[in-house]
Design a protein around this ligand. Sequence first.
Ligand SMILES: NC(=O)c1ccc[n+]([C@@H]2O[C@H](COP(=O)([O-])OP(=O)(O)OC[C@H]3O[C@@H](n4cnc5c(N)ncnc54)[C@H](OP(=O)(O)O)[C@@H]3O)[C@@H](O)[C@H]2O)c1
Length: 340
Amino acid sequence: MGYRVVVAGATGNVGREMLNILAEREFPVEEIAALASRKSLGTEVSFGDKTLTTKDLDTFDFTGWDIALFAVGSDATKIYAPKAAAAGCVVIDNSSLYRYDPQVPLIVPEVNADAIEGYKAKNIIANPNCSTAQMVVALKPLHDRAKIKRVVVSTYQSVSGAGKAGIDELWNQTKGIYVPGQEVEPSKFTKQIAFNVIPHIDSFMEDGSTKEEWKMVAETKKILDPKVKVTATCVRVPVFVGHSEAINIEFEDFLDEEEARDILREAPGVLVVDKREAGGYITPVECVGDYATYISRIRQDSTLDNGLNLWCVSDNLRKGAALNAVQIAEVLGNRCLKKG
Ligand SMILES: NC(=O)c1ccc[n+]([C@@H]2O[C@H](COP(=O)([O-])OP(=O)(O)OC[C@H]3O[C@@H](n4cnc5c(N)ncnc54)[C@H](OP(=O)(O)O)[C@@H]3O)[C@@H](O)[C@H]2O)c1
């Protein structure tokens, strides 16, 4: 006995990873449907050693399906997630549409799995922004020990966070940049991304911050603790997959760097790689395809009474999106639906 599972956005970066991870983790699937837009009708996608043929989300009937993993962007989510939820299918959504809705739980299972029961209000559960997910996995065990007051984070976010079009733009611009006539103008990004960095992700807000930065603030409060203050600078870098973050943390209580390292070594979802020597830390290319949130460069901040610095790296398509969504489905199955 398993679940009837829908993956909406199955041709996209996140959707393809969702199918991979459902298969890898042997999620109890009785039947699976891969959906995308009409233009992808009939496109083949892999699910373990099987091949699925993509169906049209617009005409799909969700009646009788248990769980729908959505990765189609906010516009399409707005139309189709309520239809799925009304048909009795629990939606786990990757877009930002429902993240701040008080009637929708926003979940990172290592941090706030107990919020799962809240799904009943709308039959919808939200998955956080990729940068938030990996950060709260790292912060949670430290917060439990020494109470975090304030976090200052700078991100180094890969182009896959901007979907298939982001990956294509970096690839084509990098190839074409020194070939006369083959230069690729910025289109998905606001400036050249090849051999460059761009301090701008998502739209600008009135206070001068960007929506991506605001998301990290609002989502950390909702998932971890409303009292934790966060200030973020989010930067796009020419990396295909894997987001990195330099995180500065101020605690209420003193936390020694050695104790922090030990706490993080034991923490769910975390792998510590922290040798104080050349190469003794993780970079984004090394985290691709992994489940873990890697922590390196753990060190005291001597400018604060109770401060630490660390470096946090994870696969944004996995812990930042698809893996987290599948982990939510596992919690939902084990604690609520109980069919598997
Ligand atoms: N990438 C990340 O790191 C990340 C992390 C967290 C959350 N997210 C969120 O996850 C969602 C998907 O991101 P992505 O990176 O996978 O994007 P993507 O690679 O551009 O893929 C988008 C997917 O959505 C489908 N889609 C778009 N509009 C549709 C419509 N009107 N009807 C049916 N299907 C539609 C596309 O189908 P076609 O191929 O047929 O167009 C494709 O399968 C977004 O909301 C994004 O914000 C992404």
